[in-house]
Design a protein around this ligand. Structure first.
Ligand SMILES: Cc1cc2nc3c(=O)[nH]c(=O)nc-3n(C[C@H](O)[C@H](O)[C@H](O)COP(=O)(O)O)c2cc1C
Length: 342
């Protein structure tokens, strides 16, 4: 094994990562109530860039107001958000890192107590974990409107100087809800599980041409009647991955949250066996998350070809300098999955 396989650069579409460490999307809830960027959140993200991460993702950011899931979540829903995002992008670039925004709509997981809107979803199935508000079933026109909102949000990001867009296709949010037999019970054209995400990809490509674009998804849902590893693979096979620049593998949904944010008792790098088939079979860079909290585990995952880059959330919350310390062999503060960051 080479000592530092994570030191090698990697191309995602038309941008180059300076190493294989990616600061994963991580809800911080540090924006204004209307979704506007704050200096506090910029400082948080900038610190990850200064610590050596090659690409710093924002938290999942809503593309339409009824998809907002946290009171101070970052919004990309209207043009007024562009100057704040541009300021954030500039701060991250000044530290030599790329900036990525994770675009999202919460669907059934968004609650009116937070967003002020009745939640919308492919099918009217409430999400008890976050409050249980009954979502309205989306009609075709509204589905098309949300797709347009994804495209418009991507265009805003591009205008603000963002390098990379990741579509949040996992963790039980709207794109995942369309993909999943547990949450998509439709009998119209949108029963086709990949149609929604494929149209979102088309919209982003049309409205933010040239921006590096990827998909984050859950390798399995771990809920009764949901997507297992095999059915997820069939879904990804049906997605227009030839129009994407990377994949980023995670797991779980709100009803199986332990797979999104894995307990400390679970092994480090536990999702790497699930990213491996995608890394092997798809002609795209593939990332993986999940308790990648030591340089040894990161090196092993990359060296063995289980993934091309590692996505780290709590690891960089515990010590934003983790990438630089992994690169220079110095001491770092390890994430012990205490989950105080939540
Ligand atoms: C507090 C917290 C918030 C998170 N928010 C997001 C998010 O907004 N979008 C997302 O795709 N994943 C989110 N995640 C999942 C992380 O990106 C990551 O996949 C997961 O925490 C496992 O990596 P880690 O062990 O390095 O934390 C969040 C995780 C935590 C702990």
């Amino acid at each position: 094994m080479t000592a530092r396989p994570f030191a090698a650069p990697l191309d995602l579409g038309n941008v180059r990562l300076r190493n294989r460490f990616v600061s994963a999307p991580m809800e911080r809830n540090y924006c204004e109530v209307d979704g506007t960027m704050t200096d506090e959140y910029i400082a948080y993200l900038e610190r990850r860039a200064a610590g050596g991460a090659a690409l710093v993702f924002t938290e999942a950011s809503y593309v339409r107001a009824d998809g907002k899931g946290r009171v101070r979540q970052m919004g990309v829903d209207v043009d007024e958000r562009i100057p704040g995002i541009a300021k954030m992008a500039e701060a991250i670039h000044a530290q030599g890192a790329l900036v990525g925004v994770e675009l999202n709509h919460g669907g059934r997981t968004a609650q009116s107590s937070v967003s002020g809107f009745v939640p919308v979803a492919p099918s009217p199935i409430p999400c008890a974990v976050v409050g249980g508000g009954m979502p309205e079933q989306l009609d075709g026109d509204d589905i098309e409107h949300i797709i347009e909102c994804f495209g418009e949000a991507a265009a805003r990001c591009q205008q603000a100087g963002v390098d990379v867009i990741s579509l949040h296709g996992g963790h039980g949010y709207l794109i995942h809800q369309f993909l999943s037999p547990a949450y998509n019970h439709r009998d119209d054209e949108w029963a086709d599980p990949a149609l929604f995400v494929n149209k979102v990809i088309d919209a982003v490509r049309a409205m933010a041409p040239g921006i590096a674009l990827g998909l984050r998804f859950s390798a399995f849902e771990a809920v009764d009647g949901g997507l297992d590893a095999e059915t997820t693979r069939a879904r990804i096979d049906a997605i227009a991955t030839d129009r994407l620049d990377f994949l980023d593998v995670s797991a779980g949904n709100y009803e199986s949250g332990q797979w999104i944010i894995q307990p400390g008792e679970w092994p480090r790098g536990l999702l790497a066996p699930f990213s491996e088939p995608y890394t092997r079979d798809f002609d795209l860079p593939v990332g993986v998350a999940g308790r990648i909290s030591s340089p040894e585990v990161a090196a092993q995952i990359i060296e063995s070809g289980q993934a091309d880059f590692v996505s780290m959330a709590r690891t960089l919350h515990a010590d934003p300098d983790f990438p630089n310390r992994a690169l220079d062999g110095g001491r770092y503060r390890p994430c012990i999955a205490c989950n105080y960051c939540i």
